[in-house]
Design a binder for this molecule. Structure first.
Ligand SMILES: Cc1cc2nc3c(=O)[nH]c(=O)nc-3n(C[C@H](O)[C@H](O)[C@H](O)COP(=O)(O)OP(=O)(O)OC[C@H]3O[C@@H](n4cnc5c(N)ncnc54)[C@H](O)[C@@H]3O)c2cc1C
Length: 481
């Protein structure tokens, strides 16, 4: 029998009564593991309890306990996020969905799947592939991040340049609201326009509006095995020229990624993959159009790379070689993390601005006197300049945060956004209003107020806590929020 210490909040007993003792964790040594996501420098508190519900009814019970007692709730999937969006606040309930991990249905005749939120992205991809189908959104963390997290952040990935992002595949959602009511919204049909598009309202809401407990997602026919191209360039900005010429040529590759020399060398140090360590940048591209169409697309891509100044271009339809190149791309962030602490930007710019943006990042690195590795989904303009530094060195830390901000500023000045796919979280909460403006911010706040008047869901994410004060002016929040 579990021992509840005198420090345990009184509502923990109610959670144990509703979920059972195995689903409610309060040992600080255990709950600490759920305090933060992968954004190591984002602020985080300590949860008072971590709950692992198995069903929608149990999620609803948690929200009812939380709203009765005014306890904040932080929804959490795998904790692979990069902006502190799943970070605990002191005294909260962290609600982890990983036990709700069933693919409930794959319906080939309707080209859709129904999943619980804790399903890992790769698990869904594998499950639908058995039916000749394809679930496209593919964050580089696809083998451990969950669909709930993907939906809550509106994740992108490597194949977005051709297939779009998570929201493009959402048909319907089941969401437990702040007061425990269960909302079902959306549809199973190809078309459907009845009422507001509430399903998409919850996509990208970072756990601030409700807990997603089920999703109906659209699927596509499985594409052909990809043909992969790699090209190296004497300057990193030339890769931006490739992006521009790809767009203007009308070509739509299924992937168009870029890595600069810092990333190439970091990856090669880890993988010993015989990458071209002297290249200033590599472009990795794929066509999954199959047969003659893929051959023609890769031939055009080869020409465009050469015209942009590539000094080496190679393509392969060997799946093993293609997988190795893809693994190298996916290794970029973990490899940079071996060099020091990292601050990872996630700026998306209009594709015509990619070259200017890369040049700007080089200038920011020189100003800061720090290494900035540039890697990203160049084909859709979503770049991840990554500031590498020694977090124990106060001066470097200050310069690193200044460089991180300078890159956000640069992105906005080019008509871009401060986040293309990772979300706002705590790391960029100061930047939301700068990007969307006061009118849009007040609309956001009104929606938050309508759905979560107690301010219980994921406080401090997206909006600064100071902005919660503004919320009170909109409609009145409880003091504890
Ligand atoms: C090496 C690496 C590579 C990555 N590459 C990419 C990439 O290419 N593209 C990309 O977009 N991201 C990428 N990410 C970031 C991250 O994997 C994604 O944001 C992912 O969608 C997070 O899923 P998760 O299950 O880990 O969610 P978490 O990190 O646990 O949570 C993320 C957010 O979702 C909310 N949330 C989680 N579940 C629910 C739910 N059921 N209901 C409501 N809210 C919920 C949380 O409160 C939080 O706000 C990468 C991360 C790593 C570590």
């Amino acid at each position: 029998m579990r021992r509840v210490t005198t420090l345990t909040p009184p509502w923990v007993g109610e959670l144990i009564g509703a979920l059972g003792p195995d689903s409610v964790l309060t040992d600080p040594d255990v709950t600490a593991a759920y305090a933060r996501d992968q954004a190591m420098l984002a602020e985080a508190g300590m949860p008072a309890a971590v709950v692992l519900p198995r069903s929608t009814a149990e999620v609803s019970a948690v929200m009812q306990v939380a709203s009765r007692h005014g306890v904040p709730v932080v929804p959490r999937g795998a904790g692979s996020g990069l902006v502190g969006a799943a970070n605990a606040v002191d005294g909260c309930i962290t609600l982890v969905t990983t036990r709700m991990d069933a693919v409930l249905e794959v319906a080939p005749a309707d080209r859709l799947a129904v999943v619980q939120p804790g399903v890992v992205n790769k698990t869904l991809r594998d499950a639908v592939r058995a039916h000749g189908l394809f679930y496209p959104p593919d964050p580089a963390s696809y083998d451990w991040c969950t669909l709930g997290g993907n939906l809550a952040v509106n994740s992108g990935g490597l194949c977005c340049v051709k297939y779009g992002v998570t929201t493009d595949y959402v048909l319907g959602l089941e969401v437990v609201l702040a007061d425990g009511r269960v909302l079902r919204t959306g549809r199973r049909t190809v078309k459907g326009v009845a009422g507001y598009d509430l399903a998409r309202l919850f996509v990208g809401s970072e756990g601030t509006l409700g807990v997603i407990t089920e999703a109906t997602v659209a699927l596509r026919p499985a594409p052909a095995a990809p043909v992969t191209l790699v090209a190296s360039f004497p300057t990193s900005a030339q890769t931006g020229q490739v992006v521009e010429s790809v767009v203007t040529s009308g070509l739509v590759p299924s992937m168009l990624e870029v890595m600069d020399r810092t990333c190439i060398r970091a990856v090669d140090d880890v993988m010993k993959a015989d990458l071209d360590r002297d290249a200033a940048a590599l472009v990795l591209a794929q066509s999954d159009s199959g047969g003659a169409a893929a051959t023609a697309e890769i031939a055009l891509l080869t020409r465009l790379c050469e015209e942009a100044g590539a000094d080496f271009v190679h393509s392969t339809d060997d799946p093993a070689e293609g997988d190795l190149l893809m693994a190298a791309r996916r290794m970029a962030l973990p490899a940079l993390e071996r060099l020091g602490s990292v601050l990872l930007d996630d700026v998306a710019v209009p594709r015509s601005q990619v070259a200017t943006f890369i040049d700007g990042c080089v200038a920011v690195a020189a100003d800061a006197g720090l290494v900035i590795g540039v890697v990203g989904h160049a084909g859709d303009g979503n770049m991840h300049p990554t500031v590498v530094f020694d977090a124990a060195d106060a001066d470097q830390r200050t310069r690193a945060f200044a460089a991180f901000d300078a890159i956000l500023e640069l992105g906005l000045s080019l008509g871009g956004t401060v986040t293309g796919e990772h979300g706002v979280g705590t790391l960029k909460a100061d930047w939301l209003e700068r990007e969307i403006g006061p009118v849009s911010l007040s609309v956001h706040q009104a929606i938050k107020q309508a759905l979560d008047p107690g301010g219980l869901l994921n406080p401090g994410k997206m909006f600064r806590r100071a902005h919660v004060g503004d919320l009170a002016a909109v409609g009145g929040l409880s003091a504890q929020s």
